[in-house]
Write a protein that binds this ligand. Sequence first.
Ligand SMILES: [Zn+2]
Length: 419
Amino acid sequence: MRRRAASRASLCVAIALTARAQTVAIKAGRLVDPETGTVSTQQVILVEGSRIKAAGASLSIPPGTQVIDLSSATVLPGLMDAHTHMCLVVPKPRSPGFEAALEAVLTTAVFRTTGFRALEGAANARGMLEAGFTTIRDLGNAGNYADTDLRRAIEEDLVPGPTMITAGRIITPYGGQYSRLTPERRDIGSPEYLYADTLDELKKGIRENIQYGAGVIKLAVDDQPYIYSAEELRFAVREAARAGLKVAAHCMTEAGARNAAQAGVASIEHGWRMTDEILALAKKNQVALAGTEHPEFLLADAGVSVEEHAAYIDRLRRAYRAGVAIVYGTDVFFALPGQTRGTLAISYVESFVKAGLPPKAILQALTTNAARLLGVDKERGAIKPGFAADLIATAGNPMEDAMALKQVRFVMKGGRVVR
Ligand SMILES: [Zn+2]
């Protein structure tokens, strides 16, 4: 009885706290609006509970308000990575090249349980958040839905991490992303991949994923000689849209990217071999590009050759010129000593700088454009009243030099200070 009375009392306290959400005032030396590319100075951001209440230069700070002084820093919206794999950590490939990297994925899938991969995901998610990523889209390779479990654990406050939109199992033609499998292990690609070779199987695969927690549908279009056609992709886009989901299409070949651009998927992933003609088609059909342009120092770990790298830096430059919506996506699936998944992910800014994109475009890829693609642009990706209080601060000004993003000093997610 006594115990029950005590728990009732603590419940009352909890209700009282929720009713009177705490207000925090953040003094921002510089405040960046990535959408317009403007930088305003000496701003105040009022955060109430998990949301931004107001932002401006002449806001008065109510007495008793907790003040966070970032008057010597630059404040901007929390960053987004549209192509992550939190629950995938592969050993270093034995040789360079994409095939060897996928062989390493197979090794991981065979030797690590879904449970262990969810725990690896928790460590990676924390690293992402601490580096300034407050929202991520996770595109599969999570065993038997470890991504759903990780997302739930973050939502239920069991572990720290960004807001996640997850893909569940990657839908692919027979064989998944593996090549040279043997007929003696016909299902070795499962559960990492969900095979769908007919329209019925595509429909069923999409529905299965949604049932088990997917918020986006990921298709690997062209890792087999028998690639998805534009017609099949259009069917998948329609089926996903019926449940309010978008399609992300992994495209490694020119033909695959063309089919995806024709079908009007939400985003092309990688798209390293997109010609100007395909980029124009992507722009026309409002297909975003999450190009996963690895920085030079990570090429060996990502299984990417120097020639491929040069080609996709050039493709990033051409995509920007063509006016395609460019979204920041990293595709980190390995670990390096002394680095977190987050410090690795933010280092991809180097490729954007190398491709010659201006800071405003880089910041938009990390916020505005990403929020739109992820379908969270009504509440995330900007510092505006009513939006989630997801914000970060850097010592330098990323609007002058985007590399300043590598030095994130402060992170707030949903009104809570993470760092
Ligand atoms: Zn990927």
